[in-house]
Ligand binder design. Structure first.
Ligand code: FES
Length: 175
């Protein structure tokens, strides 16, 4: 009995990979994929940095926030600065001093809120998404993921004739 080899169909020439090999990924393909993903991440991070640096450029608007006597010590409110879509937080600390920062957490952009001192812990900003905490005077992260990140962006405040104004943004400090 003679064995005859079957003729190879035309479609097999066009698709020479066996179905078991469909999921096979060569090292070269994998490296190509990794390179593309890394390049995408680098471009994304660069864009965020450029945007942050661009935001540090003035001129900034002079925004009236109300009378200095409007807020009691240990209270806070939100406003937008320097543009309408940028949320910010204004705090009158327990010692009477006003502070203002951007409200967006540098970790994953949840809003931070003010917390007065309690049970031996001093007043601070908190982000409830991942239990982040920030120094009330500098905006630097002190607990949770924000510890490793840039601080909250501080807004410059001025007092004039008993009125409070936001007048600019402090320099960016990368730690
Ligand atoms: S988003 Fe603020 S700690 Fe994660």
């Amino acid at each position: 009995m003679s064995t005859q080899s079957k003729p190879i169909p035309k479609w097999r020439e066009d698709f020479p990979i066996e179905s078991e090999g469909d999921d096979f990924i060569t090292r070269r393909d994998f490296l190509r994929f990794l390179t593309l993903v890394s390049a995408g991440l680098a471009v994304g991070n660069g864009a965020v940095l450029v945007k942050s640096l661009a935001e540090s450029e003035g001129p900034f608007p002079r925004l009236e926030l109300g009378a200095v006597s409007d807020m009691e010590p240990g209270t806070w409110k939100v406003f937008n600065y320097p543009e309408d879509h940028v949320p910010a937080i204004l705090v009158r600390r327990e010692n009477g001093v006003y502070m203002a920062f951007h409200q967006k957490c540098p970790h994953l952009a949840c809003p931070v809120s003010y917390h007065p001192s309690e049970e031996g812990e001093g007043e601070c900003f908190r982000c409830h998404c991942h239990n982040g905490r920030f120094d009330i005077a500098t905006g630097q992260g002190t607990h949770g993921p924000p510890r490793e990140l840039r601080p909250l962006r501080q807004i410059v405040l001025e007092e004039s004739d008993g009125r409070l104004f936001a007048t600019g943004l402090n320099e960016l400090h990368f730690t």
